[in-house]
Design a protein around this ligand. Sequence first.
Ligand code: NAD
Length: 353
Amino acid sequence: MKKVAVIPGDGIGPEVIGATLEVLKKAAPNQFEFIEVSMGGNAIDKYGEPLPAQSLKTCQEADATLLGAVGGPKWDNVSPDLRPERGLLGVRKGLKVFANIRPAKIFAPLASACPLRKDIAEKGIDFIIVRELTGGIYFGKHEAFTTPDGEKAARDVMEYTEHEIRRIAHVGFKMAMGRRKIVTSIDKANILTSSRLWREVVEDVAKEYPEVKLNHLYVDNASMQLIRVPHEFDVIVTENTFGDILSDEASQIVGSIGMIPSASLGDNNRGLYEPIHGSAPDIAGQDKANPIGTILCGAMMLRYSFGMNEEADRIENAVDDVLKAGLRTPDIFTEGTKLISGSKMKEEIISRL
Ligand code: NAD
């Protein structure tokens, strides 16, 4: 039995995770032991902290971790070091996952949900963002201070070591080798010293992958090109903050934030799998949440942590079939399609497995 730590989290987290566990049990019966773990706002309520030591330990001992989403207005005013998002950063750090993989692929039946011009969307969108996850400004020194003139000031330090850049670059090049063999490295090397090191190291790593074509883009230009010529991208490799922002842009290009899974990987196969959306408190408990992003996380887990490619394909095909049948949760509903609830979406996917 493979052990999977499951963090339902807050808001719509338990809804989308519940759906995903049912799908996994149908796609790969009797393969997994699911161990529920408390993290986020619910852990603050129960244990006074967003990531209790026991929760992290369970995740570290599991073969993979599946996470819904955490946070919500109830915990917006707790002190910064106790916020639910701290639990998120803590679990990523504790699992030593440093590469966040976010596929941005337009499912053909959802082409009409793409906000880009038809002639752009028709060229096809299928790229992967490989985002560095444990370095850069989010993990640098954060400091609020007072200037000698008595004015309030604050600074956040962006720092990268050669080793951190090298290992994420390898993830990107390896992914590209199994795809169209194009890597676009995104930085701000015209301004930032950390980006100049980034570019230097990525170019060095590229020498080990002579078949892969490497491009560099500044992040401001990249944000334009992603909506101008998205079909030209294959694998994007970028640092933590740039990746955070660009992957939200990518999520809109391919339809809904509710559709996109992500995998966070380290040096071993014990990945952390989470949809890119948050806890969506505005729709929690209303059976409106689209479970597809989390269900596709389940498929990514089968593929990357357990090498169960056939079962992963079956889940992805079932999702595609449901969309082809015109069934839509509210977030992806367009005229001429059929509106269904989140739980009905789950049932329809399971019935096609
Ligand atoms: P959000 O992603 O929760 O919601 C943004 C919008 O997208 C909302 O209108 C929401 O209804 C919609 N949406 C999100 N997921 C959906 C789904 N599966 N189906 C249908 N619609 C969906 O982002 P937010 O509103 O900025 O944040 C809400 C809370 O979530 C905050 O507390 C935030 O800190 C937290 N958050 C958590 C994570 C995480 O756990 N990984 C990520 C982002 C935000």
